[in-house]
Write a new protein. Structure first.
Length: 505
């Protein structure tokens, strides 16, 4: 492992949380502003157009999916369809998802199920012309062999089921849910292997949740959610190696396939409380979330060449939210602070001798990276509903903004060289959102959109000026080794979701 560890040792954890995979209950851990897309935006949301505010404002559509105990708030069976599409600029990725969900209630019992099919488009690499050409010696043409290339778009599938029960007049409800995802493509991963000839992915995600909800008179509520999430992904990467064959007196090409594996486990606890703040429509909400993340195996790639890296992390978020209802107008504000402690390390393949003459045994840690994050999340949204009584329908307009400020301090201990290097880094991501809703007596039709700015996709460029000093690290650079850098070229990601909610009678 070399200087790259100071920037991207936890990229494997980043792949786990692509797209905010399980909403705010799984806290993203990222060391680079890599554009992720909305691959895991599977379920409809009432508040998505308001910047995603949620702490002091309930989400009638999304709440039963994030906490199974909140299905108690569903008063009748409803069918949801929410086709979603997203794309990144510069043709660097995109996808389309079609989820269908049913939530129902029968007496004290409530539950539902959902399924989704998805197509992820292969990213188009940035155009690049190398700064020099390599002339091969004379001796005839280069012998070539074909390498299987998997460059098509790929489909993923998702299945979700939930079941809960109201415990009677106490106002307490409990519920559990399970989600299984079969994955053949993670958005943007193909860009992490710019020198490969093909990439085949396969894996799964298992998400288990157990929730409790308590409601009191006066519109007060407390919810508790425990979750366990397992992520497993395998990437078969095809390469062509060029070598000199002395017998043929020419260069020949040979195919090679590398198998990389990602493994992650997250255990979390989420607590949220809401209550009226005044009698004039103001509400306040408080949340606290804790995640313990274990990464027993993180895949290597051409940008983050960290063999057999492992890691663990503890992530928290503490948030307060306010909402205001005045007639048909709605306002929401969330403020969240996220402290995160994350350690990752590289291990020795064979016994290695340090500069001090000591021996690190095989499997021992050669480099240890200690990250300390201090992130802030702001979400702001407004909505205005207009009743059209003559037409027996209502129209609602949403506007919002989400901002995430990422900041971390890294201390890297190189046990082979007996050195320690500090580093600080930060960047800001911001996402305007909007929405339009039509509510009829028998159905609700919603459109939600958002665009994410402040992130990028890998773009190869080369630096031949010698080693890169530690103080030259920038948020848009991934340092690979002392003579070569991989840049993140800025892109924007835009998402559109149309949801239809239909009561079943």
């Amino acid at each position: 492992m070399n200087l790259l560890g100071q920037r991207v040792a936890m990229l494997g954890a980043l792949l786990l949380v692509l797209g905010g995979r399980a909403s705010a209950q799984i806290i993203p851990i990222r060391t680079v502003p890599l554009a992720q897309g909305d691959q895991f935006l599977l379920f409809p949301s009432s508040n998505l157009g308001m910047g995603g505010v949620s702490i002091a404002l309930s989400d009638s559509l999304f709440d039963p999916f994030r906490n199974p105990a909140l299905g108690v708030r569903v008063d009748a069976a409803r069918l949801f369809v929410a086709p979603t599409a997203y794309s990144s600029s510069r043709e660097t990725g995109g996808g389309r998802t079609l989820p269908i969900a049913l939530i129902t209630r029968a007496g004290a019992w409530f539950g539902g199920f959902a399924g989704a099919v998805q197509q992820i488009e292969r990213s188009q690499p940035f155009s690049f012309s190398p700064p020099f050409a390599v002339a091969l010696p004379r001796g005839g043409p280069v012998a070539t062999q074909d390498v299987a290339s998997d460059n098509r778009s790929h489909g993923n599938s998702y299945a979700f089921a939930t079941l809960g029960k109201s415990l009677g007049v106490t106002g307490v409800s409990v519920g559990g849910s399970v989600q299984w995802s079969t994955l053949h493509a993670l958005d943007g991963v193909d860009l992490l292997y710019p020198g490969s000839q093909g990439l085949s992915q396969s894996g799964h995600v298992l998400d288990l949740r157990l929730g409790l909800n308590k409601e009191w008179s006066g519109n007060r509520s407390l919810e508790i959610l425990a979750l366990h999430d397992r992520f497993a992904m395998t990437q078969d990467v095809s390469y062509i190696d060029v070598f000199w064959d002395p017998g043929l007196q020419q260069f020949v090409q040979a195919p090679r396939v590398e198998r990389n594996r990602d493994r992650n486990r997250t255990t979390g606890l989420h607590v949220a409380y809401q209550r009226p703040l005044t009698s004039t429509g103001w509400r306040i909400g408080l949340i606290g979330t804790a995640n313990i993340v274990s990464s027993p195996r993180i895949a290597t790639n051409e940008i983050v060449t960290v063999p057999r890296d492992q890691g663990r992390a503890t992530a928290l978020n503490l948030g307060v939210g306010f909402s205001k209802t005045r007639g048909l107008a709605l306002f929401g504000l969330d403020v969240v602070y996220e402290p995160i402690w994350s350690n990752s390390w590289a291990v020795a393949d064979v016994p290695m001798v340090t500069v001090g003459g000591e021996t690190i045994p095989a499997g021992g840690r050669t480099i240890v990276n200690r990250f300390r994050f201090s992130n802030v999340v702001l979400r702001l949204g407004v909505a205005q509903e207009m009743a059209l009584t003559n037409l027996q329908k209502a129209v609602r307009l949403d506007l919002g903004l989400g901002v995430r400020s990422m900041h971390y301090r890294l201390t890297q201990e190189d046990r082979l060289a007996a050195t320690e290097h500090p580093l600080r880094n930060s960047w800001v991501e911001w996402s305007p959102t909007w929405g339009l809703s039509l509510r009829f007596p028998d159905l609700e039709l919603r459109y939600r959109g958002r665009v994410l700015n402040g992130t990028g996709r890998p773009s190869p460029s080369f630096n031949f000026g010698g080693p890169v000093p530690l103080d030259s690290f920038a948020p848009n650079n991934l340092v690979v080794n002392p003579g070569e850098t991989i840049n993140l070229a800025g892109v924007t990601t835009i998402t559109h979701q149309i949801s239809l909610s239909l009561p079943l009678r």
